[in-house]
Design a protein around this ligand. Structure first.
Ligand SMILES: Nc1ncnc2c1ncn2[C@@H]1O[C@H](COP(=O)(O)OP(=O)(O)O)[C@@H](O)[C@H]1O
Ligand SMILES: CC(C)(COP(=O)(O)O)[C@@H](O)C(=O)O
Length: 274
């Protein structure tokens, strides 16, 4: 099962009593690189690109299905193969949660709701608020409702194939340290305020990038290093920080691609995944 990586440009945090209704609003897009989930016979271990890891949302999804299926039938290990690391704002933890929920639901012929199970796992573990919803829908999404049921308006572009998304991962940034911190929540929500309405009135990719860069700078989430590189990428459609990671993303045309790749240290070139 393949789940696309997802980049959030800007977002607002909405916490409710119910995990299903807790989530984010905002905008972002899915990529043609991501995470593949497979299960094999085993003892409940989780492997990420060959290394055993402790991944809270994956464990939560496993726990849910173990209760549904019955412990005696549940002898599996999980194997993830991912293009992007965890904790870098590429929605990798979401890809792991959602991929696993789908694989288990299909394999054990359950009649569960994989998207809901994955979203609840992400919210409980503080690894994501809107990723799995966006990943399930794909494309460029404007998310107007936190949690589920989802209300995502997709931005349809005739020339979407003309664009490349170039990603440069500089380092880690764990989502839970930000989305649980009252000061960050206040700053993020004040800065995000009005951006969604603005984008809905003028739903273009350039404007999404402009609002995202404004969000990255004005929240203080982007480091000086990231801002400096984004300034160097001003000749493109736009560049900003992937939320919530220490990661740059840039949207450019084929003509600009070589210059963009030469500015970034470890460029990974992708396309938007519809
Ligand atoms: N080797 C690892 N590197 C980074 N995160 C890891 C690793 N192993 C497990 N984790 C867990 O993965 C989760 C990453 O979540 P998050 O920061 O939301 O990532 P992403 O941006 O990929 O969605 C955290 O719960 C973290 O504890
Ligand atoms: C921005 C974030 C809250 C976290 O994203 P990540 O670090 O990729 O888990 C995301 O889930 C969203 O709601 O848009």
């Amino acid at each position: 099962m393949y789940i696309p990586a997802h980049i959030t440009g800007f977002f607002k945090i909405v916490r409710k009593n119910e995990n299903l209704k807790t989530g984010s609003t905002g905008a972002g897009f899915s990529l043609d690189k991501g995470t593949k989930t497979e299960i094999k016979e085993g003892k409940g271990r989780i492997y990420f690109n060959g290394e055993e890891i402790d991944l809270c949302p994956a464990k939560d999804v496993l726990h849910h299905f173990k209760n549904v299926v019955g412990e005696e039938k549940f002898n599996i290990d999980v194997h993830y193969t991912s293009d992007f690391p965890l904790g870098c704002g590429m929605g990798t933890s979401g890809g792991c949660s959602l991929g696993l929920a789908h694989v288990l639901n299909d394999t054990f012929n359950c009649n569960e709701k994989p998207l809901e199970i994955a979203h609840i796992a992400e919210v409980k573990c503080n690894t994501g608020l809107g990723d799995v919803v966006a990943q399930e829908y794909g494309g460029i999404g404007i998310n107007t409702t936190p949690g589920l049921p989802a209300n995502i308006k997709k931005l349809k572009l005739d020339n979407i194939n003309d664009y490349y998304v170039v990603v440069d991962i500089i380092g880690n940034k764990n989502t839970d340290t930000i989305i649980n911190n009252p000061k960050w929540i206040e700053t993020i929500n004040i800065t995000a305020d009005a951006k969604l309405e603005k984008l809905l009135k003028k739903p273009t990719l350039d404007y999404l990038m402009e609002l995202s860069y404004d969000f990255a700078k004005n929240t203080g989430l982007a480091t000086d290093e990231i801002i400096e590189i984004c300034e160097d990428l001003k000749f493109t459609l736009g560049a900003s920080q992937a939320m919530l990671g220490n990661t740059i993303f840039c949207i450019c045309t084929e003509k600009e691609l070589k210059d963009v790749e030469s500015i970034l240290k470890n460029p990974v070139t992708c396309k938007i995944y519809e």
